[in-house]
Structure formats: structure tokens, C-alpha cells
Design a protein. Structure first.
Length: 177
């Protein structure tokens, strides 16, 4: 079981590396300011629904802090706070090992909008963002939701299988105790 958890952390770290190295080459330069490709967060949404929201909270705080330090230098903490909080909140409402694919895609859409909204208002609070919410929604939130949706479709089957195995191992261990 510990091996599967370590595999999950390694997967998230690989997604973090892909976000910073491969995606800037794939996405055209004119689209880069408009599209946020936060693949770690999408994987965290899968963790919060199919495994456990507390695990997603901790991983969201850790990888959000990593995002804050490596990619976004304005402030330390907004990504950490937004990833952890939004993953936890969505996990409170949608925790079920039998969530179907359409429901999971709706969770990805809601989670992506919630994450970007939290970030928008944190930056608005500290006056780092001077645009209106409507402008932000049209300019970068909706294109980001589209990219997150496509990524979630791609990773749905393999990630769900791994999380099902992890959950099954956790249930078996609880039954033995």
C-alpha cells in the first residue's frame, strides 16, 4: 500500500514537471497568458473524489506551495491555499468511489472554476489583479476549464484504476484491524 501512495506522489511530481517543461512548447505563445495548465490540480480532484479528501488537502497544500515557489513569484501561498481548499471542499460534496465519468467531468469543471475564482479574489484582495471577474472569466478561466476538461478525459481511466487499487488496499487493511 505504501508503494501505491508513493507512486501517486511521484505521478503528481511528474505532472508538475510536465506543466513547466513540456506544456510551454505545446501551447502556442499567443495562448500562454490565457491558458493555465494545472494538471496536478486535476489529478488532486481525482484523489479527493476517489480516495480521500484529507489526502488531497495535504497534497494540494504541498504542490500548491511548490507552484507558488517555482512558477508564481508574486506571493507565496495563494496556489497552496486555493488547491488545498478547493480540493477539500469538492471532496466534502462528491466523495464516492462510484462516481461516474460524466459526474467526474462536471467536478473537474466546477473545481477548475472554483480554483481560478479563489485565485482571482486573492489577487484582487491584495491588488495584484485590477481586471473585473467577467473579463477574467472570458479571458482565461473558460479556456483553462477547456484544457483541464481535455486532460481529465485523457487521464480518467488510468488514474481511476490506480486510485481504486489504493482505496481497495486501504479497505482491506481496515478490515484486518
Amino acid at each position: 500500500m505504501a508503494g501505491r501512495k508513493q507512486l501517486l506522489v511521484i505521478l503528481l511530481f511528474v505532472l508538475f514537471i510536465i506543466e513547466g517543461t513540456v506544456m510551454p512548447w505545446i501551447i502556442p505563445d499567443s495562448w500562454l497568458p490565457r491558458i493555465g495548465h494545472n494538471f496536478v490540480y486535476i489529478a488532486l480532484l481525482f484523489v479527493t473524489v476517489y480516495y480521500h479528501r484529507h489526502t488531497a488537502l495535504v497534497l494540494g497544500i504541498i504542490f500548491g506551495l511548490l507552484h507558488d515557489v517555482v512558477f508564481y513569484g508574486h506571493m507565496i501561498g495563494p496556489y497552496s491555499f486555493a488547491m488545498g481548499l478547493s480540493a477539500y471542499v469538492l471532496g466534502m460534496f462528491f466523495k464516492s468511489p462510484r462516481v461516474s465519468m460524466p459526474v467526474m467531468m462536471m467536478i473537474v469543471i466546477l473545481g477548475s472554476l472554483l480554483f481560478d475564482t479563489i485565485l482571482f479574489f486573492i489577487y484582487k484582495l491584495f491588488r495584484l489583479n485590477l481586471e473585473s471577474y467577467n473579463w477574467a472569466l472570458v479571458e482565461y478561466m473558460i479556456p483553462t476549464v477547456f484544457i483541464h476538461f481535455l486532460f481529465a478525459l485523457i487521464i480518467y481511466v488510468p488514474l481511476r484504476k490506480q486510485l481504486d487499487k489504493l482505496t481497495r488496499n486501504r479497505v482491506i487493511k481496515k478490515d484486518k484491524v
